[in-house]
Design a protein around this ligand. Structure first.
Ligand SMILES: [Mg+2]
Length: 222
């Protein structure tokens, strides 16, 4: 058996990365303009909660600071900042529980951003390899099975022996389930309340990684 994990909202809360990025942006804004860091950061968080359009545009406009150049600058600060983030409480215990099983990460997203997250979370040592799918072209991001097929080759095994744990029913399972990969959905993050039709759903759902047990995995292989 091989375990493959998604990164965002599976091993750690993606929102914590967003907030960490907001703090980095607010730090820059407070150094350039007469706005307190914690105020600006809080405004970004509130705007995100409101869920209206582009957070940076809106908050900059509120301060009469909006320009395309400044937005570009702060998006780059957001993406390149060294994130202060932590794995979920039960992540490390889970990775230790399966210490004798080969483990991989398959994650979509910006290469540098995803790399920085993995570094900050200090989890690289638990995985044989972390696939950032965009390295192989944007068309090979999920739902493409490309990285999963690479893992099959590396492990000289078939999809039936590979379990993917992810949180996003829109793209995490639909591409690989028809090929025979086993799938588990963790009900965390912004997708946790999304209900999709059968073909998008994972074989099993769990609420946290503490529920990812040898017993549960056995049931996948019945
Ligand atoms: Mg995810």
């Amino acid at each position: 058996m091989v375990l493959v994990f998604d990164l965002d909202d599976t091993l750690y809360a993606e929102k914590s990365f967003v907030y960490s990025g907001f703090d980095a942006v607010a730090e820059f804004i407070s150094s350039e303009y007469n706005i307190k860091k914690h105020i600006f950061s809080k405004e970004l968080k509130l705007e995100l909660q409101n869920g209206r359009g582009n957070v940076f545009d809106t908050v900059l406009k509120d301060h009469n600071l909006f320009s395309k150049e400044l937005v570009k600058k702060i998006i780059s600060i957001y993406r390149l900042h060294k994130p202060i983030i932590q794995v979920y409480d039960d992540t490390i215990e889970c990775l230790h529980r399966f210490s004798d099983i080969p483990k991989y990460i398959v994650t979509d997203g910006n290469k540098i951003v995803q790399e920085n997250k993995i570094k900050s979370l200090d989890i690289e040592q638990y995985f044989l390899f972390c696939f950032i799918s965009r390295r192989y072209g944007i068309h090979n991001e999920k739902p493409s099975p490309y990285c999963f097929q690479k893992i099959c080759k590396l492990e000289e095994t078939t999809p039936q022996n590979i379990v993917y744990i992810g949180d996003n029913p829109t793209k995490d399972f639909i591409g690989i389930k028809p090929l025979g990969f086993k799938t588990i959905r963790i009900m965390k993050g912004s997708h946790k309340n999304i209900v999709k039709t059968h073909e998008y759903e994972a074989h099993f759902q769990i609420n946290s990684l503490s529920e990812l047990t040898p017993h549960l995995l056995e049931r996948l292989f019945v």
